[in-house]
Write a protein that binds this ligand. Structure first.
Ligand code: KG4
Ligand code: ZN
Length: 357
């Protein structure tokens, strides 16, 4: 099949994004992307307020679509396929993207591909990345975001994935909080602005990671799952004691470094364990927490000792946190497998907050 241009739309949480990706003979190039992050709007509440998120998506989405098309220098009718995140996420927020994509696809007479948000995150690693396209398999894939901490083993490139890839290939998951949530909730306890992951990453550079001994959960060698709720509680208790003694502010940098080290240690221990037991030859790390500099540096230092044949694969930083290019990437791959909807099926497409797959 000749090259296809896919317009992707993402509105599952607090980023409203549209992007056009050109799929051409197995390579994927971003022609234009436009993203509006609502984090500043939710910050005073210490977390995403679903109703505010969906109202804001409604006001923003048409501008993002127009912006992505204009950056790609395309008219709407020059797009071949539309792709939209329809699961999982905040249902009201998802519905805004799904409704916009349905209306546009129906009016233009173009097919629409529903995309699982996590497949999007994973596809992001293959965007404009020749090393990823030639990676050896099996590949361990870690999706580490604000909502998920999951590991998967993939035996071939996404073009070959069955529709139930995410369900069939899952090898580990968080039993409670996601890693991004651990960053954000610990940050909230320390009085840092939401979402705190990026700020903790920056402050940790000036702190001593050995200053506070926070727990690394589930040390058993036969457990591939993650757990972060114990860390959250330990941070809350430590912060309370320091606050009572009036010394919390003096320890902020050391606290950030120690929290980050506990999260990164826990993540890497289980990633390496899963890779070893499943004989993985390569590693991809995706999702918002994949932007963490300490984790990236450690993975870059340690990969050959862990038995991987190539350095770890990460999406470019702009494709780690939520974005529509990754959705257009995953949507194009699924379209080429025959997953485009049209007619009645297109009009009946819904959003799912918490699908099984
Ligand atoms: O993938 P994402 O944008 O949204 C979800 O699908 O959840 O991930 C957002 C998460 C937040 O928890 C945020 O604090 C975290 O990614 N994050 C980071 C960094 N940048 C974003 N965590 C640690 N270090 C970072 N540099
Ligand atoms: Zn995400």
């Amino acid at each position: 099949m000749s090259a296809i241009k896919v317009l992707g739309i993402e509105s599952s949480c607090d980023e409203c994004s549209a992007a056009v990706v050109l799929h051409d003979a197995g390579s994927m190039a971003v022609l234009g992307q436009s993203t509006y992050s609502q984090t500043g709007i939710h910050e005073p509440y210490g977390g995403v307020v679903p109703e505010i998120a969906s109202r804001n998506h409604l006001e923003t989405i048409n501008h993002m679509i127009a912006g992505a098309l204009s950056r790609a220098n395309l008219r709407p009718e020059e797009v071949d396929v539309l792709a939209v995140t329809n699961r999982p996420g905040l249902v009201g927020a998802l519905l805004v993207g799904v409704s916009a994509a349905k209306a546009m696809a129906y009016a233009l007479g173009k097919p629409l591909v529903p995309v699982h948000h996590l497949e999007g995150h994973i596809a992001g690693v293959f965007l404009e990345n020749k090393t990823a396209a030639a990676a050896p398999y099996p590949m361990l894939i870690a999706v580490i975001s604000g909502g998920h901490t999951n590991t998967y083993v993939s035996h071939g490139p996404p073009e070959l994935w069955p529709l139930d890839f995410l369900r069939k290939s899952l090898v580990g998951r968080s039993r409670d909080d996601a890693a991004g949530e651990a960053f954000d909730k610990s940050g909230k306890t320390l009085g840092l602005a939401y979402p705190a992951g990026r700020l903790i990453d920056a402050m940790a550079r000036e702190g001593n990671a050995g200053a506070f001994a926070f727990p690394r959960a589930l040390p058993q060698k036969d457990v591939l799952d993650f757990s972060f709720s114990g860390l959250k509680t330990a941070v809350a208790l430590t912060a309370q004691k320091l606050r009572e003694s009036g010394t919390l502010q003096n320890h902020m940098l050391d606290l950030c470094a120690s929290i980050q080290e506990a999260i990164v240690d826990s993540l890497l221990a289980k990633i390496y364990l899963a890779a070893r037991t499943r004989k993985c030859r390569s590693l991809a790390v995706v999702g918002g927490v994949a932007a963490n500099s300490r984790m990236r540096n450690r993975l870059m230092d340690e990969w050959s000792r862990q038995g991987f044949e190539i350095p770890p694969l990460f999406p470019a930083p702009e494709y780690c946190t939520d974005n529509a290019a990754m959705i257009a990437a995953a949507g194009g791959i699924r379209f080429l497998q025959g997953q485009g909807l049209s007619g009645r099926a297109l009009l009946e497409l819904g959003a799912m907050a918490n699908p099984e797959v």
